[in-house]
Design a protein around this ligand. Structure first.
Ligand SMILES: *Cc1c(COP(=O)(O)O)cnc(C)c1O
Length: 389
């Protein structure tokens, strides 16, 4: 079905241009490689991208770090409960455990694969402090509903936006919706990348202040301030046992140019998604839902689910595609199946029927800007070959 001598098509590849490379080289030659002027510019550019000057963007070395800082700044700690989805990467939940609080996992809406707001509300107890919605694959969670629930019950909301730069809901960019904080990821396979990196965005000035102190050892002023000051400025004070979560200027150099390309990247991924949607419409599969009319889906992931009448299993399809030289993945092995989460909270698959079923049916196909039209056609041909009756 596929020419055997075609090179392997990886599941994901970063799209790094000459501007990113030149900016990194400029930083390397500048004498300032850690957090400094480029990180500041990247933060400012990120706030401009979100289009609301009240939002503070705080660059960190991973989204995991950003989520941890946001929850820490909100005072989440032992005895508290934080509600999130079982259908996510472990980073979403592990940060809750860093702080000694407990994770309460709930199931997803089987159509969107996003956390089900009704189940969030049902899981609230007197110990609940915060909700972490995850915008799965780049399709925005119904944030109006989540924010309403939070308001009714006096809860905090921290959005795991690792997949969704840029996505909108009701025409508004994720990151501007009025939650306490939103955290984006710039990991190698995300919609823009700095190798490793993340951005914590918030309108809450107290949260921002605490996160900036905790980002760098609990110092009351950062290294860039001290070393670039015009007067001798060796003095600083430690006001808390902070973390080492700052982003380097080398990484920020990539981010500056990746951010400029974010909308173009989204358009290309949306184009690929549209081709997949059309090509797979008559196969025994469940297609991923498009964003509601007028809204933007970042299409970080393209997740296909096999119907029960498909001629082969999910594992069988992944093996066949691999044999055809195409890399795939699965997002996610839900948290309730991982030994740590399963054992800590005595979780059973029956508690998460939709996530569990989706997990057994799903695979993620390649969807990235470095794919050529021929690559897209190759994936379409291989999937169609495997699934046509
Ligand atoms: C990638 C990812 C993270 C973690 O991002 P890092 O930048 O690698 O820390 C968190 N949540 C989700 C849903 C992710 O996909």
């Amino acid at each position: 079905m596929t020419t055997p001598d075609l090179p392997f098509l990886p599941f994901a590849l970063p799209d790094i241009g000459e501007d990113e490379i030149a900016e990194v080289v400029d930083t390397l030659r500048s004498g300032w490689v850690t957090t400094g002027p480029k990180t500041k510019r990247f933060e400012q550019a990120f706030t401009e991208f979100l289009g609301d000057s009240v939002i503070e963007s705080i660059a960190v070395n991973s989204a995991t770090a950003g989520l941890h800082l946001a929850l820490e700044a909100l005072g989440i700690g032992p005895g508290d409960e934080v509600i999130t989805t079982t259908h996510t990467f472990t980073a979403t939940a592990e940060v809750v455990r860093y702080l000694g609080a407990d994770v309460v996992l709930v199931d997803i809406d089987p159509k969107t694969l996003n956390i089900d707001p009704k189940l969030v509300e049902a899981a609230i107890t007197p110990r609940t402090k915060c909700i972490i919605p995850v915008h799965f694959g780049g399709l925005a969670v119904d944030m109006l509903e989540i924010l309403n629930i939070a308001r009714r019950h006096g809860l905090r909301v921290v959005e795991d936006a690792a997949h969704c730069l840029p996505s909108t809901i009701e025409g508004e960019l994720i990151g501007t919706m009025g939650s306490d904080a939103t955290v984006f990821s710039f990991y190698a396979n995300k919609t823009i990348t700095t190798g490793e990196g993340g951005m914590l965005c918030t309108r809450n000035a107290a949260l921002a202040k605490r996160a900036k102190v905790m980002r760098l050892h609990g110092m009351n002023r950062d290294a860039f301030d001290r070393f670039t000051a015009k007067v001798p400025s060796w003095y600083y004070e430690i006001v808390a046992p902070g973390f080492k979560y700052n982003l380097t200027d080398i990484a920020a150099s990539m981010g500056l140019h990746q951010l400029k390309r974010a909308r173009g990247f989204q358009q290309r991924r949306a184009e690929i998604a549209a081709q997949y949607q059309e090509a797979f419409a008559d196969l025994p599969v469940i297609l991923p839902p498009d964003a509601p009319e007028g809204d933007m889906h970042s299409w970080h992931l393209y997740v296909l689910r096999l119907r029960d009448d498909a001629p082969l299993s999910r594992d069988g399809l992944i093996e066949a595609l691999f044999a055809a030289g195409i890399g795939c993945s699965v997002h996610y092995i839900p948290l309730h199946l991982h030994p740590y989460w399963r054992d800590r909270y005595a979780l059973k698959p029956e508690q998460f029927p939709h996530s569990h079923k989706a997990y057994e049916q799903m695979l993620s196909l390649p969807i990235y800007t470095k794919m050529t039209d021929a690559d897209v056609q190759r994936v379409i041909a291989a999937v169609s070959d495997c699934l046509q009756a």
